[in-house]
Design a protein around this ligand. Structure first.
Ligand code: ATP
Length: 772
């Protein structure tokens, strides 16, 4: 049967979307994005229910989806179109039926959100497509005309899996939500373990992939981890007991060991939680318990990152469908560091399978290599920040440095995690970490009125529990060196013999580093390496597209908005205008809007004007008029605190109320400092660890160099940043000159600005040109 067009021009494409394999948080976000983007682009959207089972059975399991059908889906857990493991699709007759069903419905493109199995199946389906069509013609199931019309099947993969086991992408949809569940559970267990001085062996998911176990280890500061890609040495039992004993001897009251489901030793003999427990109980005499987290790890709604990822990748999948030619090989949508990219599906499927083969062949180096450089860096960062007192890691004495650590600006989730990692790394290399308490005012106040002093040597146990602590344990302050006195600051650098400075903070920290750089010619004390790790909820530091703390903020904002949305939906005809922080950067507002599905977002970059408000109010009127009560998702507008001096959040809400003429209500809400978040998100924790270790590694390169050599090297004062697909150090001098919008305290180019259009597209917000 040919596609039905009813005389109207045929739609560009019929794009079907399905979820398959194990469910993962964020799948609904990708379905919503594919459906809405497809409709926006003049295509028809279809949902295939129950994974490949729906494709094989056809009928009502493949249904057209309308714009309103996916309203409110971003905040829902699991997958609302269902998923299944389908035996029939693994065999040719099943795939033949699937092909027939697709042609019957006129579908010529398929977006599949699933794990490696699902995408392997998709790849096979596309490879076989011409022969399936031939067979269908031979059987008389389709006409030769249909065979011609549907000769190319367009397939795009979205990787939805909590395991993060797919090659050529840094993250899969759902993996950070799952990691969030694990961290939450371990944080709870931590408290009871500490109270009773117990040991806990925690089993997490991951049969062939240790990502969850590794990241859980990094983000909870676990004492030991077991992952399939990197089995422990032959003497692992001694090694583990040795490390845990050392930690206990240093004063640690609790022990956490994380075991991936698929953990094994070098001979592929399983390392079970029971085996680990027995060792800890018998050898170390620790009161040890086992916790198996199980399906809790899959559950619940998606974290902010997975909502953004699934949305942006869903949009990109539709773009990939529309731009594909018959020659384009199947692609899947990946993310590398901070960039959404299209990667070849076949190669990634192959590499993914190769990991399992490498493990089976006991080629663990290859297995780790295949996991990619990010995985290897996290692994290294974990080892370097957990193992205490390992002679192999220590640098020669003459290269040891006094490394000062300072927090500047407002607190942000992950500042403590970064500090802990820096301290642990310094100690494992033989450096002396020195914490400056309460920022630059703390530094210069050193001996006058503080009994303990604000500049303190830090020991491993001091920072051991900081990985999951929000705020700033050493205290942070906004005051700049110029305020407390350049001379006094330089004097303190000399008094404490700082060989390097590690700054953690936001735009204030950036400004402080700029001041110190400019003062270098006058103050030799500042001719030392200084590295800045951007940490601010506003994500407005030049030199990076990601600041530690911004993810925690987005999670807090998303939870807040979910609750508000519920209230808005309960009374149906209500819109909330929510004010976000972010200074003069609209990052938080925009990414928050993307993750919550806001009807509009107002940013300082764009400002607010009357026409814009008029258009949005008109859009709201139409939207409320269309809603006959069948959907109950509430509506939100996100408005940055500095989007407009005149049209404040309250004014915007009042204008909407006035103009609605009683057809709907409008309220405003200000989450304020709630946005700093409580405990840091897992992403902020792990990235803080990785970036902090990289900063200290960069600092180490200057050991033994003269002040002149350091002065001459632009990169001796730098900002570490995630930029596109890379992690890079940007020289302060260049960043100040080329990349900083000093007036508005934000980078000149903000990569996320492009996502504002996506917020508008997916909310159906009218474009200015459509209204004139
Ligand atoms: P998860 O990562 O959660 O396990 P997954 O996508 O890897 O997700 P699988 O059970 O491996 O989950 O695959 C889901 C479905 O994809 C299978 O039930 C089957 O229908 C299809 N599938 C998997 N592998 C193949 C294959 N080699 N050929 C055809 N279809 C396949």
């Amino acid at each position: 049967m040919a596609p039905i067009t009813n005389g109207a021009p045929a739609p560009k494409k019929r794009i079907a979307v399905m979820t398959s394999g194990g469910d993962s948080p964020g799948m609904n976000g990708s379905v919503r994005a594919v459906v809405r983007m497809a409709i926006d682009q003049g295509c028809e959207a279809y949902c295939v229910y129950e994974g490949y089972e729906g494709l094989v059975q056809g009928g009502d399991l493949i249904r057209q989806a309308q714009w309103e059908d996916v309203r409110g889906w971003l905040s829902e857990g699991g997958t609302l179109i269902g998923t299944a493991r389908c035996k029939a699709f693994t065999e040719r007759p099943g795939r033949l039926k699937a092909a027939k069903n697709m042609i019957d419905k006129g579908i010529n493109a398929l977006v599949i959100c699933g794990g490696d199995g699902s995408l392997t199946g998709a790849d096979k389906f596309r490879g076989e497509w011409p022969s399936l069509l031939e067979e269908l013609v031979k059987n008389g199931d389709i006409s030769t005309e249909q065979q011609k019309t549907f000769q190319y099947l367009n397939i795009v993969g979205l990787v939805g899996s909590i395991d993060n086991d797919f090659a050529d992408t840094d993250a899969t949809i759902g993996c950070y939500s799952s990691l969030g569940r694990i961290c939450e559970a371990v944080d709870y267990i931590d408290a009871t373990a500490f109270s009773h001085q117990r040991a806990f062996v925690i089993e997490v998911m991951g049969r062939h992939c240790g990502w969850l176990a590794l990241m859980a280890g990094v983000s909870t500061g676990a004492d030991f981890i077991f992952i399939p890609e990197s089995p422990p040495d032959r003497d692992w039992e001694d090694q583990m007991c040795d490390i845990i004993s050392k930690h206990r001897n240093l004063g640690k009251r609790k022990t956490i060991v994380i075991v991936a489901e698929g953990a094994h030793d070098l001979d592929l003999t399983r390392i079970s939680p029971n085996k680990v427990k027995d060792l800890l109980s018998t050898r170390l005499k620790l009161d040890t318990r086992i916790t198996t987290l199980g399906h809790v790890q899959r559950g619940g709604n998606a974290c902010a990152y997975d909502r953004q990822l699934s949305t942006l990748q869903g949009v990109e999948a539709v773009n990939a469908v529309l731009e594909a030619t018959p020659e384009t090989p199947s692609k899947f949508i990946a993310i590398i560091e901070n960039k959404i990219v299209r990667n070849p599906l076949i190669e990634a499927v192959k590499s993914t399978q190769e990991v399992a083969e490498a493990i089976k062949a006991k080629d663990f180096k290859r297995a780790l290599d295949l996991r990619g450089p990010e995985f290897a860096e996290y692994h290294q960062a974990y080892m370097m920040t957990t193992a205490t007192d390992q002679p192999a890691l220590r640098l020669p004495k003459q290269t040891h440095m006094n490394i000062a650590i300072i927090h500047v600006g407002a607190p942000a989730g992950g500042m403590n995690s970064a500090t802990r990692a820096a301290v642990a790394y310094c100690l494992s290399r033989g450096h002396t970490p020195i914490a400056i308490h309460n920022g630059f005012p703390g530094l210069v106040r050193h001996h006058a009125d503080e009994p303990v002093g604000s500049v303190r040597y830090v020991q491993w146990l001091d920072v051991e529990g900081w990985i999951s602590k929000g705020g700033s344990e050493i205290g942070t302050n906004r005051d700049l060196p110029s305020k407390v006195g350049m001379g006094e600051t330089a004097d303190c650098f000399n008094i404490y013999k700082f060989d390097a400075l590690f700054i953690i903070g936001g735009f204030e920290a950036f400004t402080a580093l700029s001041e110190l750089r400019k003062a270098r010619p006058d103050y030799p004390a500042f001719r030392i390496p200084m590295m800045l790790l951007p940490a601010t909820i506003s994500n407005n530091v030049p030199g990076t597209e990601y600041s530690v703390g911004s993810d925690t903020c987005l999670n807090a904002l998303t939870s807040y908005c979910d609750a508000i949305k519920q209230s808005a939906s309960a009374s149906r005809r209500r819109i909330f205008v929510v004010e976000t922080q972010g200074g003069k950067s609209g990052y938080i507002a925009t990414m928050g809007a993307l993750g919550i599905g806001a009807v509009a977002v107002y940013t300082p970059e764009e400002g607010i004007n009357l026409q814009m408000l008029g258009r949005d109010i008109e859009h709201l009127k139409q939207s409320f008029a269309k809603d006959k009560g069948q959907t109950r998702a509430g509506k939100l507008i996100l408005c940055n605190e500095h989007a407009s001096e005149t049209y404040t959040t309250e004014v915007v809400a009042s204008m909407i109320r006035e103009e609605s003429k009683g057809r709907f209500e409008s309220r405003f809400a200000i989450p304020g400092h709630v946005q700093q978040g409580g405990t840091p998100s897992p992403m902020d924790r792990v990235r803080a660890v990785r970036l902090a270790v990289k900063c200290i590694q960069a600092i180490e390169q200057y050991a033994g160099k003269s002040k002149e050599e350091i002065m001459e090297d632009d990169l001796s004062m730098a900002v570490i940043g995630v930029k596109g697909i890379s992690v890079v150090f940007g020289a302060m001098e260049r960043l100040e000159r080329e990349e900083t919008n000093w007036n508005h305290r934000r980078p000149k180019d903000e990569s996320w600005l492009q996502y504002k259009k996506t917020v508008d597209t997916l909310s159906g917000r009218p474009r200015p040109e459509d209204c004139c």
